[in-house]
Design a protein around this ligand. Structure first.
Ligand code: GLV
Ligand code: MG
Length: 348
């Protein structure tokens, strides 16, 4: 038994803002993490905000236990004092069963609820986690006069979460999207790895025995293909956005780029950047390719209303390629609005 559609869109507390009917349009190629307890990092935020699409104050894993409260206070200070312009302001709170979650949410919404765009919720296991957070946010929004609904972004990083991914995506109109959390997911699934995302040299397909007796090649496979694809389907079916999460080997830029690109091609719109150099990688990967955009523009031009079929450079175009071209060009327009150089390159 699920709610009536009409009820689904009612605020969950009297005085809370109504949930969004349409997800806000935003360019979110990278979610850049910073540790808000570190003063030097807080000082960099105004400049960082100009370079990234989303800036996220991390309160959860990687923040030492004795710095949890300082991280929360540091995030509130930054949210109050910095002008973020069109850059998204997010926080990753501690998980629901931790000793910090309740204070993270209550203190942040009380102090800067009207400045926070998205709350990232780790270790989501099922729709019940979203329902609880949804209700709590509505109560706090009402109490503190917040006028714009704070959205929820779930991290997909437990086996149970993956089992429930569709129900999580459909749990609330407050859902923004999801990120794959490969580090926690590997632990939860009992995968035999010690990495934060990326591939593994032993996970592959061995080519058949060769007639010439030459050594056989092991073709490495993407450990995350299944989960990313499942997450993308659950998200897009519910009008949410899917993201690849962290890539932990900061020394291997090429592997990071390859992992981001696989996610992009499968339908993700962005990834996390944990190191400043991953910002440029995400920008490069998650902005559509110039030649692809120019070709997509030709498809839209040749088929103004998307109907029928035409040939361009010997390739058949129809309704389905027109829709792909539209996805590409819509994204390129978002990038172009932010970046005049890319606008010129796309010819927009
Ligand atoms: C992210 O939180 C992860 O566990 O990979
Ligand atoms: Mg995690």
């Amino acid at each position: 038994m699920s709610k009536l559609p009409r009820k689904f869109f009612e605020p969950l507390a009297i005085g809370a803002p109504a949930p969004f009917r349409e997800p806000p349009v935003a360019l979110e190629r990278m979610i850049h993490f910073f540790p808000p307890q570190v003063e030097k990092m807080r000082a960099k935020v105004p400049d960082m905000a100009k370079q990234v699409d989303v800036l996220l104050g991390n309160l959860e894993d990687a923040i030492p236990i004795d710095a949890k409260e300082a991280a929360r206070a540091g995030f509130i200070e930054v949210a109050r004092n910095v002008d973020f312009g069109a850059t998204g302001l997010w926080t990753r709170v501690n998980c629901l069963n931790s000793p910090w979650f309740l204070d993270d949410v209550t203190e942040i919404v009380a102090a800067v609820g009207d400045r926070l765009d998205v709350l990232m919720l780790p270790k989501v296991e099922g729709p019940w986690d979203i329902h609880y957070t949804d209700q709590l946010l509505a109560q706090l929004e009402a109490k503190h006069g917040v006028t714009k609904p704070i959205m929820i972004h779930a991290i997909l990083e437990t086996a149970l979460g993956v089992e429930n991914v569709s129900e999580i995506a459909a749990a609330s109109p407050r859902m923004h999207g999801m990120s794959l959390g490969p580090a926690d997911l590997a632990a939860s699934r009992r995968m035999k790895t010690t990495r934060v995302g990326g591939g593994h040299p032993f996970y592959g397909v061995l080519e058949d025995t060769r007639e010439d007796g030459a050594a056989r090649t092991l073709f490495q496979q993407d450990l995350w293909h299944y989960t990313v694809a499942r997450m993308v389907d659950a998200c897009v079916a519910n009008d949410l956005k899917a993201f690849y999460g962290p890539f932990g080997d900061f020394a291997d830029d090429a592997a990071c780029e390859a992992q981001f690109r696989n996610a992009f091609l499968l339908g993700c719109v962005g990834a996390w950047s944990l190191h400043p150099k991953q910002i440029a990688t995400a920008k490069k990967v998650f902005s559509p390719d110039v030649n692809e955009v120019r070709f997509a523009l030709r498809i839209l031009e040749a088929m103004p209303d998307g109907s029928g079929a035409v040939m361009i450079d010997g390739k058949m175009q129809d309704d389905a390629t027109w829709k792909q071209a539209k996805v590409m060009v819509d994204l390129a327009r978002l990038v172009a609005a932010k970046d005049p150089e890319m606008a010129a390159a796309y010819g927009l």
